[in-house]
Design a binder for this molecule. Structure first.
Ligand SMILES: [Zn+2]
Ligand SMILES: [Zn+2]
Length: 112
């Protein structure tokens, strides 16, 4: 009876595992081990799945980076739009009240 630090292989219960799959975390022995560019895996399916995952993660990271620059620009544009809208609203309000408030309509007639 051997009691190692790692559990036995996923496919060979009698053989002690040498590592764990980077994709699913299952233990594998030296025979079952599959080496991939992104790590060690229990099966080819796990290797491929992890490669797709890594590719997708890096793509997402790229998207986040570009959207960060784009987002800053959009935030600046939004701020400008908010200012423009606020000025427009104030102008409309002043103009609307200007009909009844002589001082304000006097200012408007001087500005325009
Ligand atoms: Zn696996
Ligand atoms: Zn095995």
């Amino acid at each position: 009876m051997s009691s190692g630090t790692l559990s036995s292989c996923l496919n060979h219960p009698s053989i002690e595992a040498v590592g764990r799959c980077k994709q699913c975390g299952k233990p594998f022995c030296g025979t079952c081990e599959i080496l991939g560019p992104t790590g060690r895996f229990c099966s080819d399916a796990c290797k491929q799945r992890h490669e797709v995952f890594v590719k997708r993660a890096s793509k997402l990271d790229d998207m986040r980076r570009t959207s960060g620059v784009f987002g800053k620009l959009m935030a600046r544009l939004k701020k400008l739009l908010v200012y423009a809208a606020a000025i427009l609203i104030i102008a409309v309000v002043i103009h609307f009240f200007g009909v009844r408030v002589p001082i304000v309509s006097d200012i408007i007639s001087k500005v325009l």
